[in-house]
Design a protein around this ligand. Structure first.
Ligand SMILES: [Zn+2]
Ligand SMILES: [Zn+2]
Length: 326
C-alpha cells in the first residue's frame, strides 16, 4: 500500500517518500558533461527534423490534406495528455491512483510521445522539483549544473539545451516506486519499439485512409515529425518560459511562473507556479477561468471509476497561500 501523504505537506513530499525507500544514499548529481558526438548528432536531428518536415510540406505547394491535419491534432491531444496526465501528474506526482489497464495505457501512449522512457522522465522531473532553480536542477534557466546562467543562454538551456548535456539522474534514487512495478519496468524497456511505432502508426493510418503511398508519407511527416516537434516544444516551454515570463501568484522558493498564452498547448501545465506551490494537485489551473484540460479529463476518469485517491486542491489551502504571498 502506498504511504499516505497529507495534502498540506505536498511540497517535495513525493520525493521524500521516494528517497525514504531508495537504496542509494544520495541523489545529488555531478556537474553536467558532454554526450558523445553521435548522441549530439541524433539529438540535433530530432530537434531539427520537425521544422524541416514542416518546411517541406509548405514548399510542396499542394497544401496539407485534411486527413493529415485531423490525424496530427488527434495525436497531439491523445499523446500530449498521456504526458501531462500519465507521466507527470500520475507517475511523477501520484496525484491519483489509476486502475491497472489505464496505468499501462498511459505509460504506453506517453512513451509514444517521444519524450523519453517513462522511468527516466519521472526521475528527471522529480529531480527538477527537488532542486528547482538551484544547482542540481536538470533544466533551469538560471543554473547549469552549479554554474549560474542567464538571458537567452539560460532560456536555451532550460528549453532544449539540457538535452544536449550528459547529466544522468539516478533512477534508483528518484523512482524506486516505479522500478518496483513490473508493468512500468517492462514498458520502460519497450521505449525504442514504441518510439518506432509512433512513426509507423500514422504511416499505416495514412495508407489505410488514402490508399496511396503519398498519403501515408504525408501522415508520417505531419502526425509523426511535426506533431513530435509541437508536443516537445510545448513541454520544453514549461521548463523555459514558465520559469522566466508570466505571473507568480504564489511565493515559491523557485522562479516558476503562470503563463496563460501556453495553457491550451500545454494542456494546463502552463499554470506552473501553481504547480510548484501544490505539486501533488491533480489540477494545475487553480484560479477562476484557468483552462486545464488535463484536470478536466482526470475528473472524467474519476467519474468513470477508473481512478481513485485523487488529490484535488483544497480551496482554503490555496487561499491561505495566496494571502501569504500578497
Ligand atoms: Zn518547474
Ligand atoms: Zn511536476
Amino acid at each position: 500500500m502506498r504511504p499516505s501523504i497529507p495534502f498540506t505537506e505536498i511540497d517535495e513530499a513525493t520525493i521524500e517518500v521516494a528517497e525514504a525507500s531508495s537504496p542509494t544514499p544520495s541523489g545529488i548529481p555531478g556537474p553536467p558533461g558532454h554526450p558523445p558526438t553521435y548522441g549530439r548528432i541524433l539529438s540535433a536531428i530530432f530537434f531539427v527534423a520537425p521544422f524541416v518536415a514542416l518546411a517541406w510540406l509548405i514548399a510542396d505547394g499542394h497544401g496539407v490534406p485534411w486527413m493529415a491535419i485531423v490525424l496530427t491534432v488527434v495525436c497531439i491531444a491523445v499523446l500530449g495528455h498521456a504526458i501531462t496526465i500519465g507521466y507527470h501528474r500520475c507517475f511523477t506526482h501520484r496525484s491519483f491512483v489509476p486502475v491497472r489497464w489505464l496505468k499501462i495505457t498511459m505509460a504506453v501512449l506517453g512513451s509514444m510521445a517521444f519524450q523519453g522512457s517513462v522511468i527516466g522522465w519521472v526521475a528527471d522531473h522529480r529531480r527538477h522539483h527537488r532542486y528547482t532553480d538551484r544547482p542540481g536542477d536538470p533544466h533551469s534557466p538560471i543554473f547549469k549544473g552549479d554554474r549560474p546562467i542567464h538571458g537567452i543562454g539560460g532560456l536555451w538551456h532550460a528549453h532544449v539545451g539540457w538535452c544536449f548535456t550528459v547529466d544522468p539522474t539516478s533512477r534508483e534514487h528518484y523512482a524506486p516506486d516505479l522500478l518496483a512495478d513490473r508493468d512500468m519496468v517492462l514498458i520502460d524497456h519497450l521505449f525504442v519499439p514504441l518510439a518506432v511505432a509512433t512513426f509507423a502508426v500514422p504511416f499505416a493510418i495514412g495508407l489505410a485512409w488514402t490508399g496511396t503511398w503519398a498519403g501515408a508519407f504525408t501522415a508520417f511527416l505531419c502526425a509523426g515529425f511535426v506533431r513530435i516537434g509541437i508536443t516537445l516544444n510545448g513541454t520544453w516551454s514549461v521548463n523555459s518560459i514558465c520559469h522566466r515570463f508570466g505571473k507568480r501568484p504564489f511565493a515559491t522558493r523557485d522562479v516558476s511562473t503562470n503563463f496563460a498564452p501556453l495553457a491550451i498547448l500545454t494542456m494546463g501545465e502552463a499554470w506552473h507556479n501553481n504547480h510548484h506551490a501544490f505539486p501533488r494537485s491533480a489540477r494545475h489551473g487553480l484560479g477562476h477561468g484557468q483552462i486545464d484540460t488535463s484536470a478536466r479529463i482526470i475528473r472524467w476518469f474519476e467519474q468513470l471509476g477508473w481512478i481513485s485517491d485523487v488529490q484535488w486542491p483544497d480551496a482554503r489551502q490555496v487561499e491561505a497561500r495566496l494571502a501569504k504571498a500578497a
